[in-house]
Design a binder for this molecule. Sequence first.
Ligand code: SF4
Ligand code: SF4
Length: 409
Amino acid sequence: MNEIEPVVAEGAHSSSSGAEGAQTSPRIAEGAQAWPRADHSTEPACGRAPMGLLAELTYRCPLQCPYCSNPLEMDKPSTELSTAEWQRVFKEAAELGILQLHLSGGEPTARKDLEELVKTASQSGMYTNLITAGVLLTKDRLKALQDAGLDHLQLSIQDVDEANAEKISAYKGGLAKKRELCGWMHALGMPLTVNAPIHRANIENLPAIVEFAVAMGANRLEVAHVQYYAWALKNRAALMPTREQMMKTVEIVDAAKEKYKGIMVFDFVVPDYYASRPKPCMGGWGRGSMNITPSGRVLPCHAAESIPGLEFDNVRNKSLSDIWLTGQAFEKYRGTSWMKEPCRSCDRREIDWGGCRCQAMMMTGDPTNVDPACGLSPRHAEFVALATAESHVTTPPPFVYRRLGGTVG
Ligand code: SF4
Ligand code: SF4
């Protein structure tokens, strides 16, 4: 087997990625609601709501992962939405029909008002998921978050080799804190997902990562090959594994699924560069979820700001419902009417929605082109060759660490 389908997800829980997991694209659960279109789409022409909202509460973070999905130019802390603004947005989200709220960042626990925000979201009826690196949490704060209504926590790990984890995150002592947090989660009976972004610098430790997640009592492990946008794109040559390494992870995950059946569920995301068909990015543009940046811009996906010509509304000026229903950025690539060949006549056009617009833009200069991750793209061979060449360089370049105030090599 040389190429595999892009996303292999188990179960119906929709997890997202925020910065931690933002490398993975949110998977839309079975039965996720679809958006009506007056176009060639065969989707039902009835009003549907998004299922998930990713709220990036802040871009502050004590870690500096080189694959971070946050943009290279990040919203400054002084521009962050206030407590009252986020609370209004969460109420609007619940009214719109959103079921799952992913509280992300940066590091969302850097917000002192997190408990208040969780409480509002929970009381509004949404399922709340905290996406965190876990290093700022204390036992008391975790309990306070549970009391406020937090339903689930997704903990990112950089590696289970401590020295390597510290090198990847540029943060000391993180792994011990994560272990401690897992113990508190267990004591509180809270459901836990471990999210492990996988790349060249930790891929050989995947078996140990699986055992770590089991030992920590995780209900779910996301084995998420890094997706190459934002900081990960900047660091692609340092992070890209070889195809052989990636294929080995498929075997490891398959074996682990069998071994831990009934104990832990697995999600698996492969790098686009080694897939034969693209991922249904965000479950389709403007179909199932949306992102809000710390200062309130509403995006169809993390990387949407890399596409020229899109206008992003801000929750400070417009209701979430208006933005979802009529926002130019959401309308632009919703459905199938924007598609060119080969997508337009392809029988997968309502399965993968033509893949990722941002990747098409990045690699071809035109967001309406087929995603080069698709084997039917005229640029696919070039796309794969790029990954192959980078992954075979004997000494990869040093990381460019993610920093709020600039980059450090
Ligand atoms: S730097 Fe790392 S821990 Fe911080 S937001 Fe980015 S991916 Fe998450
Ligand atoms: S041609 Fe377009 S719709 Fe068909 S598989 Fe490729 S990306 Fe998907």
